[in-house]
Design a protein. Structure first.
Length: 496
């Protein structure tokens, strides 16, 4: 299978090269030239498999330049008892006869990004070898909170790699911050940046497209790469759990083979939901992908109006991993939905960069609406949804998942669609304990310590605090530095 750029249909390469590079040389994103199709019988057969076998079945269709043994080994190194607290890796929880939660947060950073970032380092190191590279890879990450920790954990002490993470000083929860600044490992660095996530992301993108930095690093034996969800090696493992969830519902006789389901996805950079779109393209019976935004509702507006416009206020919300105005992976959807019209995609991305907006024609808008339904949820409703769902079902959600649940409720109300729906649950509620506690209790007392709060939440919800979050209490801070954007370059050089 070959991969090309979304902006030129050029730079054709194998998966190893695409994974190594992250971004294509023209600034576009790598996409497979063709998607494999699975028959219903193949999907049905997969339901007898465990998660690792399902992952192997899906991933080998895309990684044709990897041997089966390499793929299997990468999968087993990623998805095991050490890294995930449940053998099913991504279990499905049944809320009622129509709604399910796909719990993606049982990994070591307590958020869904572990599913991709535990396997990416293995795919990346293999990719480097396969492309004849002897440089050390420097993985540069801009994070709105969850990617950073998951990348640090995934790459920690992996041979021939270094990982440098930048997070917005004011855009992450206290637990997220502690998770990153206490990170262990010999090949890791973390800096917090003055500004919001988009500031951090655009600065990192700037470094990626700066030839002089690349040259200087190259001379020192380093190669820049990305672990953000624009990397194909991150997107691919996410396709797996859509199939896996469907297989679980089949296995439990919640649905019959071929029955359509909806997926509801709390969305930020558009990586998670794009993987769902690809699963649909590959033949998974999905009716609608419900795209849930928080108060930063650029995507919801885009789906409903065809106008993508970032000239608006940026809000810091209680679901910080979705506080994004530029959802990078949308570019891949646009490419596919326009039948590979890369000239258009390139123009839109140019407009976005120069004017902060672009508008797609009616036909494109129509196509998007055939597969996506967009909605958003404000801050008060996010907290209310956590409380209501807990009171009605005893099920506790984090803020991101609550945004999705709320948007699903809006969808149900507006469309009356009774199709069984799977809400992607993207973080452990304890990771956003302060907001979850506020949702349940109203105003919190001032100066309640983070860890007291987790224990209180544990008592109220009768659930256990994840051990890796409790352990943060006694860890030393290794990376306390707050940086200005202009100092990032120097920070990188100093980290190597
Ligand atoms: C990253 C993240 C999201 C958003 O996922 P995208 O792939 O960026 O759309 C949602 N919820 C949580 C908890 C996350 O960490």
């Amino acid at each position: 299978m070959n991969y090309i750029s979304t902006r030129s249909n050029d730079y054709s390469c194998k998966s190893a090269y695409a994974i190594k590079k992250g971004l294509a040389a023209d600034g576009g994103l790598y996409i497979p030239t063709k998607f494999p199709l699975l028959t219903l019988d193949e999907i049905s057969a997969m339901s007898a498999d465990n998660y690792n076998m399902r992952a192997f079945n899906i991933m080998r269709r895309f990684l044709t330049d990897f041997s089966d043994a390499e793929i299997k080994e990468s999968i087993d190194k990623a998805y095991n008892k050490q890294n995930f607290e449940t053998e099913s890796i991504a279990p499905v929880y049944k809320l009622n006869n129509q709604v399910y939660f796909l719990e993606l947060w049982h990994g070591c950073s307590s958020a869904f990004k572990d599913v991709a970032l535990q396997i990416l380092p293995h795919l990346l190191t293999l990719s480097i070898k396969k492309t004849g590279e002897d440089k050390t890879v420097v993985v540069l990450v801009a994070t709105s909170g969850d990617t950073g920790k998951a990348a640090l954990e995934g790459f920690k002490n992996v041979d021939k790699t270094k990982v440098i993470v930048f997070f917005p000083a004011n855009g992450v929860s206290e637990i997220q911050r502690l998770q990153m600044v206490t990170q262990e490992g010999d090949n890791v660095s973390v800096g917090s940046i003055v500004g919001n996530f988009d500031d951090a992301q655009s600065a990192v993108k700037g470094i990626f497209s700066d030839e002089s930095i690349k040259k200087e690093l190259s001379e020192k034996g380093f190669l820049l790469s990305s672990a953000n969800s624009i990397n194909w090696g991150r997107l691919l493992p996410q396709i797996v759990y859509y199939f896996s969830a469907y297989c679980d519902l089949l296995l439990n006789e919640e649905i019959i083979l071929g029955e359509n389901v909806n997926f509801v996805v709390p969305t930020g950079n558009f990586g998670n939901i794009l993987a769902g779109y690809y699963a649909k393209v590959m033949g998974l019976p999905i009716k609608t992908l419900i795209c849930a935004s928080n108060k930063n509702n650029v995507l919801a507006d885009f789906i409903n109006t065809g106008m993508y416009d970032i000239n608006r206020r940026f809000y810091e919300t209680s679901s910080p991993s979705m506080d994004i105005l530029i959802s990078s992976n949308l570019e891949r959807l646009l490419y596919d939905i326009t039948g590979g019209d890369y000239t258009r995609v390139k123009d839109w991305m140019h407009d976005l960069k120069m004017r902060g907006r672009y508008e797609v024609p009616d036909i494109t808008k129509q196509r998007i609406k055939e597969v996506l339904w967009g909605g958003f949820c404000n801050e008060a409703d996010t907290l209310m949804t956590i409380k209501d769902t807990f009171e009605a079902y005893g099920y506790i959600m984090d803020t991101h998942t609550a945004v999705a649940k709320n948007v699903y409720d809006q969808y149900l109300f507006k469309t009356g669609d009774s199709t069984k729906s799977i809400i992607l649950s993207t973080a452990n509620p304890f990771k956003f304990g302060e907001s979850v506690m506020t949702a349940l209790k109203g105003e919190l007392e001032k100066d309640v310590g983070q860890f007291q709060l987790l224990e209180d939440l544990s008592v109220i919800t009768e659930t256990k605090v994840p051990t890796q979050l409790l352990a943060l209490k006694n860890k030393d801070i290794r990376f306390g530095q707050v940086l200005d954007k202009k100092d990032m370059k120097e920070f990188i050089y100093n980290s190597l």
